[in-house]
Design a protein around this ligand. Sequence first.
Ligand code: GLY
Ligand code: MN
Ligand code: MN
Length: 441
Amino acid sequence: MTRSDLASLYPAHLAVLETRADEALRRCQRAHLVIPSGNLHLRAFDDLEYPYATNPQFKAWLPLTNAPGSWLVITPGQRPKLLFLQPHDYWHVVPATPSGYWAAHFDIIVIRTAEEVLTHLPGDPARCAILGEPHSALGGFIPDNPPAAMAYLDYHRAFKTAYEIEMMAAANRTAVRGHHAALRAFRAGSSEFGIHMAYCQAAGQDSSQLPYGNIIALNTHAAVLHYMTQERLPPNPLRSFLIDAGADHGGYAADITRTYSAHEDDDFAALIRALDDAQQTLAARVRPGLEYRQLHLDAHLALAGVLREAGVLRISAEDAVARGVSRVFFPHGLGHGIGLQVHDVAGFAASDAGGILDKPEGHPYLRLTRTLEAGMVVTIEPGIYFIDMLLDKLKANGLGDTVDWGRIEAFKPCGGIRIEDDVVCTEDAPRNLTREAFAAG
Ligand code: GLY
Ligand code: MN
Ligand code: MN
């Protein structure tokens, strides 16, 4: 998809957001949506700033991810207004004057100081729904995030426009470039840090742009679910490689995990293939009407089947799920909604007016319980890990005889496996943005 394709999809995206904004304002009985892009935050006792992260409510409207101090004003029936902060500053590169396919759709007013915004915002803050973090407060414009507006916008944000899906497809293509380079670096014997650098170079993004910190785990480190350390030296011998790394495209995220064995034909490689098969079967089930909560529970049965087949379980897959044994090996959720945030908002929303859809008992880490509908984009990321802490608990709970400890000891030096794709729910067969990007080369 080229820039001009995105340009042709953007007006319809904007129209959807305007319709949503009208309804959100009606529900909270305000006249304007006012959305700050967010500010830089100083570190404690320092004059240096934390990395800047754009307010997702702001970047939903336009692909501007590096414009702190700017504001949007959305008023029903009027063109959206962008108050764009472009300070006179010779210390830093100032944000470039907006251009591109989206800019023609906004009334853009360039301001030179943060306070100048106040002369262009609506007269009465009380008539505004101000969406942002407390830190963005300016004069009487104090973010209040009216709950009725937030519940409505967050709920509907799960349904991506065609434009958003192409933005995420582009993010996946960028991430996959990084994944290819990372695999080459692993095969060449690089350290975790070296693989990380190869990834960033190929993706053209570093920690200031990546949507989350890369997880680059060799050998047993793959058993730490959010391993972020990045050792500077490679382990010896090299056994396995788990990489969970994404990319950003205009404020939209990709979130992708792959796992590799150092040896093509060992039992760990076979376990990866079995999990990959199970993952693809689960991803293919993404359809309107399917409860994601149910898919998560079905994933437990599927993974228990993989573990039984691999000789890890000494009981049936059904028993392993019923007795909680599968949760020792698969101790996180099957996935989450994804979009402007890696873990998108409103994963538990019962409706656009509020309410919570509970997680299944015993599954506290599941991040999505909604029923799938066309336009949702979700990750499907089953995993199998050999985690000492959880294995010790299994023994302590008197379930030690449900597993083959010899098989566990054989797999433990490889840490674990996760396979993660970003999948679009459509009326038809799902669109797997990640497999599509890998297939393209
Ligand atoms: N990379 C974080 C996650 O997979 O949810
Ligand atoms: Mn994920
Ligand atoms: Mn991930």
